[in-house]
Design a protein around this ligand. Structure first.
Ligand code: FMN
Length: 217
């Protein structure tokens, strides 16, 4: 049974979860998560999406190899710098703890019992800057619904750096489809549901015009 968590509590305390157990997720729960995800928004309610669910260990491992390569290329090469305790992780968002969690995920991705791959038809050659808006809201709904079941995950993309074509073929995607990410899901084995660190709201909100301020009551 899902946890009857308060909506705002859930929204405020669902960080990325990257330490995931191999424990399978029951199919009825997965259906419920996906049925909640597809209640999310899309432009003109066109719903040109598809939600691929991957549980086959061999397919997950093939995708994970690309993911590891992407991770090493973008972040792994900066391991020493990003793990330096003297560095201010808040400055560019990736604290040493986040780095360690992301590094763990990169080397254990295939252990997540389920990969959900959100796909957009007609997205392959799109130049629409707002394309992602027609699926990422629903992806977040997937993660929030998962949270109600005590299941964690994170939207990821690093596998696409080297693997987009091969993964599209591996998954049998139609030619016009774009893979919009990969969401590993599983029961968290480390960390907790907590409020994610962000820049203070008054530093990122502008009133009426860019730069406009207003005190928070
Ligand atoms: C477009 C996009 C791509 C992302 N790609 C990855 C990824 O490849 N690997 C990863 O571990 N996290 C990825 N993330 C997750 C972000 O790193 C995460 O949302 C951010 O660090 C905030 O995490 P927090 O909510 O736990 O603070 C991605 C997030 C977005 C929105």
């Amino acid at each position: 049974m899902p946890d009857p968590i308060d909506l705002l509590d859930g929204l405020r305390t669902t960080p990325a979860r990257r330490y995931l157990a191999e424990t399978p997720i029951p199919d009825d729960v997965l259906w419920d998560l996906l049925d909640t995800a597809i209640r999310g928004p899309s432009g003109g309610n066109r719903q040109t999406w598809g939600w691929l669910v991957v549980t086959d260990p061999a397919v997950k491992e093939r995708i994970a190899e690309h993911y590891r390569r992407g991770w090493e290329q973008v972040y792994g090469v900066r391991r020493e710098e990003l793990l330096d305790p003297a560095r201010d992780g808040a400055a560019d968002g990736l604290s040493p703890a986040s780095f360690r969690a992301a590094d763990h995920l990169a080397y254990h991705l295939a252990e997540a019992p389920v990969f959900v791959v959100p796909v957009l038809r007609h997205g392959a050659d799109s130049t629409d800057k707002r394309l992602g808006g027609s699926i990422y809201g629903a992806v977040q709904q997937l993660l929030l619904a998962a949270r109600a079941y005590g299941i964690g995950g994170v939207l990821t993309s690093l596998h696409l750096i080297s693997g987009e074509r091969e993964i599209d073929t591996l998954l049998g995607l139609p030619d016009d489809a774009a893979t919009m990410g990969l969401v590993p899901l599983g029961y968290p084995v480390r960390g907790r549901w907590s409020t994610p660190r962000r820049q203070p709201v008054d530093q990122v909100v502008h009133w009426e015009r860019w730069g406009g301020t207003r005190p928070r009551p």
